[in-house]
Design a protein around this ligand. Structure first.
Ligand code: C2E
Ligand code: MG
Ligand code: MG
Ligand code: MG
Length: 281
């Protein structure tokens, strides 16, 4: 009967919800151990100056090598880290690891290189207690604030705009630049540009992906870039996969580009080789 069917369906549904909850708990437990046991590591994706075609920055991206499940993508575990508070430790790890790597590169032939690091709004609190100790780490590594770009994801900002805004002023005092990530996907992109002290916007890859497909996304990208330049902001286009996309963006005077066309996120070792090839002796 319909009633019976409905009931068994409800059971199936609730069972899978329950399973999902158990899976999440297991994953969280694993993540906690992963942080402790150093199963996390950082990969580096080159960001090129689109005019000179040379590497000027790297974006640090976190990875998790799970013992049984293999490689787990950040889109899976970052939200979990944010809910549980583990994002503080993970954020510190990525910052220190990538700044240490940057200091090596800057000392060996690449003194102007910049590291771009993702941050979560959950790392920003009123007193800056999770972020202010980064300044002394920079000093220790002899990396100037100007060599650091901190990315903040636009569609997460709505949670914590006041603390973020306060922290951005403190970053500025230390010479650190700030990029608005995934630009165009958030709830009020333009309001943030007005409200927050931003240096760079990163056009979300969904706009770049559609560049080949038609006039609408071309007009959007062109408008975003020229608006940004009028506001004295630089622009990174992320997710560039084809030469055609790169050419169009270059014609629109987009400053920087990042994407599989140039390189996937690389191990520190491979990133070093990529750098070497980008600047032949
Ligand atoms: P994101 O910051 O927007 O990083 C760009 C994402 O696009 C990366 O995915 C990168 O691998 C991918 N990507 C780069 N070029 C291309 C391309 O040409 N085509 C396509 N389809 N994708 C491309 P990934 O590494 O999986 O990271 C996903 C997101 O996870 C990041 O998006 C960022 O929001 C978050 N994330 C990664 N590492 C960290 C971290 O250390 N801390 C925090 N808070 N978030 C992180
Ligand atoms: Mg990013
Ligand atoms: Mg992001
Ligand atoms: Mg992005």
């Amino acid at each position: 009967s319909a009633k019976k069917q409905g009931r068994s369906r409800w059971c199936l549904f609730s069972k899978s919800l329950h399973q999902e909850m158990l899976d999440r708990q297991k994953l969280l437990k694993d993540l906690r151990l992963a942080v402790k046991n150093q199963e996390l590591f950082v990969v580096y994706q080159p960001i090129l100056d689109l005019q000179t075609q040379t590497v000027c920055k790297f974006e640090a991206l976190v990875r998790w090598q799970h013992k049984e499940r293999g490689l787990i993508a950040p889109d899976t575990f970052i939200p979990l880290a944010e809910e549980s508070g583990l994002i503080i430790q993970i954020g510190d790890f990525v910052f220190k690891e990538s700044i240490k790597q940057l200091s090596v590169w800057r000392e060996t032939r690449h003194p102007d290189l910049i590291m771009s690091i993702n941050t979560s709004p959950f790392q920003y609190d009123e007193a800056g207690k999770h972020l202010n100790h980064w300044y002394s780490y920079l000093e220790e590594m002899q990396v100037p604030g100007q060599a650091v770009l901190l990315e903040i994801t636009e569609n997460m900002l709505i949670r914590n705009t006041q603390n973020v805004s306060r922290q951005l002023l403190s970053f500025r005092d230390h010479g650190i630049n700030v990029a608005l990530d995934d630009f165009g996907t958030g709830y009020s992109s333009l309001a943030y540009l007005n409200e927050l002290d931003i240096d760079i916007i990163k056009i979300d890859k969904s706009f770049i992906r559609d560049l080949d497909k038609g006039a609408a996304s071309q007009a959007l990208c062109e408008a975003i870039i020229s608006m940004a330049h009028k506001l004295n902001l630089k622009v990174v286009a992320e997710g560039i996969e084809t030469q055609e996309q790169a050419s169009v963006l270059s014609a629109y005077r987009c400053d920087f580009g990042q994407g599989y066309l140039f390189a996937k996120p690389l191990s520190a070792y491979d990133a070093t080789l990529f750098l070497r090839n980008s600047f032949p002796q």
